[in-house]
Design a binder for this molecule. Sequence first.
Ligand code: IMP
Ligand code: MG
Length: 183
Amino acid sequence: MSPSEKPPSLTPLFTRDEIALRVRALGDAINRDYAGQTLTAIGILKGSFLFLADLVRVLNIPVAIDFIQTSSYGDATESSGEVRILRDFEGSLAGRHVLLVEDIIDTGLTLNYLWDLIEARRPASVAIAAMFVKEGKQRLNHPIRYAGFALVGDPFIVGYGMDYRGLYRNLDHVAALELEETR
Ligand code: IMP
Ligand code: MG
């Protein structure tokens, strides 16, 4: 941030405790749905790192963990619609039950792309878990089996893994970010 630039304002939206309760509920559902099976959880970096870490610690089924990294928005707050893979997951997904773990779904374009990429590798099943889902701009072609919180009114949120210009990922809660110039 340049010295002349005003810091963005942050309005708390979800507390650490609210998030933890919701993650526990999602984990319970996953434990029930995949009982007797082995799960492969694939976190979409970077934003999903805290959600994935919390979610897998609720699980009592065998779970393999991997990551995939897609290109970010850069410094913009809107999706470009173009998805680039910066880091691919390791090994084969053939016959595996894959759970794609995403911090937030906005347009859904990232997940549309990743779903096809994963399907091409012949998994036994694919499902999506997302901690936050923006309503309104959704163009996702697949069901969100495990959704944390719905967001209305298109806020840009940070914290719990999510960033603005690389910052705020470490917040233990989630806040709406408002830029000075838009006020
Ligand atoms: P989509 O492809 O439009 O669904 O964008 C999904 C990705 O954009 C998410 O994985 C986030 O990394 C990022 N993103 C979307 N909305 C927000 C937001 O409000 N705050 C921070 N990152 C966001
Ligand atoms: Mg993400």
